[in-house]
Design a protein around this ligand. Structure first.
Ligand SMILES: NC(=O)C1=CN([C@@H]2O[C@H](COP(=O)(O)OP(=O)(O)OC[C@H]3O[C@@H](n4cnc5c(N)ncnc54)[C@H](O)[C@@H]3O)[C@@H](O)[C@H]2O)C=CC1
Ligand SMILES: O=C(O)CCC(=O)C(=O)O
Length: 531
């Protein structure tokens, strides 16, 4: 496994990665060099400076995982990654405290002119009256976005004795109540009431420019605004004009719309906002603390390795799948995936409709992830695309396959049962599986035959006319070709006089052996199964 790291991540994370993969830390890479070499890597780990756009993703023909060492994934084209089945992981809980504390630091620095006073004193001046500040106490502060960071900031601002109001239409009233934050439903009202605004929104089409000229025109003259989220959420031109005209009192900015990359390939930085005096700024330092980088380094290394090894991860592009449940349901995911692999190994007509029926105890679970596991197993053998939880729904949709899920609390004989009815244009095939004990997968219905076998890597499925001698001949062919039989199950369909044999063997079955089995008089079908 090869992992490319073109931005600085902590040594602790790199060490973990290096135990399992070849890791290239290349802080000097230009965009062109990155485009040229990305095809050699299985994973890419970035911070906020590397633009992981559709072009880079399309060149990453071996990429399986993109790791964002941090929270915001706005520098990653998540849709383009999803399209290619590339898992995108981030570390949202690792740096939120640092980002929250930095927002408070910026706010205090802004209120008390700390950077300006520092520069003045450094220059040998003693200018006390020039740097008169304002208090936070008893003022109204608006927190935009009450997610992970916004809620930490709100609770800290309350400790300053501030009146905290909040704007976040996506969280319920109860959450505002529990935080002691007054819910405000419009940005206009925020602009009219706030002495301070602190922005903690994600960068989306909806949030970009959410505070612009129109909003500044409504604001109090005393407004001071902090943006430690993403550049452009507060429109930079409008902010420049508002500050220059002293339409508002000040701003503190950690993030810019276009940020350069640090390091050997890093450029300088210039921006009109840097010319103004009533603003303080830092070069995207929100997450730059010892603790945050240590947490982020560890978390991203674990996330990326887990994703590369096919383990359960909380990924950005898993569309709200309950991955915590996945760990508990792991035996069912395994069973479903193996059941999914059966269809195209025994049938060539495309599946048109798939009905999954969950019966018994399993029906009480959130089974969506089990269904996705079945579908992944179904389609992986018949497509060149990488198929996984990330893109399986899209691929199923593109192929026009209808998927129906139903549940049934009662089941005879088994504690749990997954039954799958696959319909193609000619007929319907039924398969069923269950878990014995804690995690032993068993196929208990194979195209209408009642069976009981463990799905394994090398299997032979034979259908034959139900008469004596055939099973013996098939076994002799396998024996003559040094194929050891580990297990064998037979089931008969009395109505049609057909017998099904499922043999678990220790090695591959060659085309010649399969042809010899098919030539046995009375054999109707023979297929090799890899489950
Ligand atoms: N400066 C820095 O170094 C860092 C910056 N960040 C940035 O901080 C921001 C916040 O991060 P988190 O708190 O982790 O995000 P989060 O996802 O936990 O919270 C965002 C909140 O914004 C709300 N929201 C989304 N769209 C909205 C809209 N149109 N109007 C109002 N509310 C909306 C959501 O409901 C959510 O509650 C992100 O932009 C992230 O990239 C994060 C870490 C470090
Ligand atoms: O320090 C970094 O990598 C940027 C942190 C950040 O903006 C984020 O995690 O969203």
């Amino acid at each position: 496994m090869r992992i490319l790291v073109p931005e600085k991540i902590e040594e602790n994370g790199l060490e973990i990665l290096k135990q399992k993969a070849d890791v290239d830390v290349r802080l000097d890479l230009t965009r062109e060099q990155l485009l040229e070499c990305i095809d050699q890597y299985d994973a890419l780990i970035v911070r906020s400076a590397t633009k992981v756009d559709a072009e880079l993703i399309s060149r990453g023909i071996n990429l399986k995982v993109i790791g964002r060492a941090g929270t915001g994934v706005d520098n990653i084209d998540v849709d383009a990654a999803t399209e290619r089945g590339i898992i995108v992981v981030n570390t949202p809980d690792s740096n939120n405290m640092s980002a929250a504390e930095h927002s408070i630091a910026l706010l205090l620095a802004l209120c008390r002119n700390i950077p300006q006073a520092y520069m003045s004193l450094k220059a040998g001046k003693w200018e006390r009256s020039k740097f008169k500040g304002v208090e936070l106490y008893d003022k109204t502060v608006a927190v935009l976005g009450l997610g992970r960071i916004g809620s930490l900031v709100a609770s800290r601002l309350k400790a300053f004795g501030m009146n905290v109001i909040g704007y976040d239409p996506y969280i319920p009233q109860e959450r505002f109540d529990s935080m002691g934050v007054e819910k405000v439903d419009s940005i206009n009202e925020i602009m009219q009431r706030a002495d301070f605004i602190t922005v903690h929104l994600p960068k989306t089409n909806e949030t970009m420019g959410i505070i612009s000229k129109k909003e500044f025109d409504m604001a109090k003259k005393e407004l001071r605004i902090v943006n430690c989220a993403r550049g452009g959420i507060v429109d930079e031109n409008a902010l420049y004009e508002a500050l220059k005209a002293k339409r508002i009192a000040g701003a503190a900015i950690d993030v810019f719309t276009n940020e350069p990359k640090e390091g050997a390939a890093g450029e300088g930085f210039s921006h009109p906002l840097l010319e103004l005096d009533n603003i303080v700024f830092t070069p995207h330092l929100g997450a730059s603390t010892v603790e945050a980088q240590r947490n982020v380094g560890l978390a991203i290394a674990q996330q990326v390795l887990n994703a590369l090894e096919g383990n359960v991860v909380e990924a950005v592009n898993l569309h709200g799948l309950n991955m915590k449940a996945a760990t508990r349901l792991a035996p069912y995911l395994n069973l479903a995936e193996k059941m999914g692999r059966i269809y195209y190994q025994v049938e060539s007509l495309p599946a048109e409709q798939i009905e999954l029926v969950y019966s018994g105890d399993i029906s009480k679970e959130d089974t969506r992830i089990i269904t996705l596991s079945y579908l992944t197993g179904l389609l992986q053998p018949v497509t060149d695309e990488r198929v996984n939880f990330v893109n399986i729904e899209k691929i199923i949709h593109e192929r026009g396959i209808q998927v129906i899920e139903s549940k049934n609390s009662h089941v005879d004989y088994f504690v749990n049962l997954i039954t799958v009815n696959v319909k193609n244009k000619e007929r319907m095939m039924t398969f069923a599986g269950t878990i014995f004990g804690k995690e032993e997968p068993r196929i208990v219905n194979f195209d209408g035959f009642e069976v009981d076998f463990m799905p394994t890597e090398h299997m032979l499925m034979v259908q034959n006319i139900d008469r004596p001698g055939i099973i013996g001949q098939v076994c002799t062919i396998l024996g003559d070709n040094s194929i050891n039989i580990a297990n064998m199950k037979a089931s008969r369909n009395t109505k049609h006089g057909i017998n099904l044999m499922v043999l678990d063997v220790d090695s591959d079955i060659s085309d010649e052996v399969l042809a010899a089995v098919k030539r046995v008089d009375g054999v109707l079908k023979a297929k090799e199964l890899n489950l």
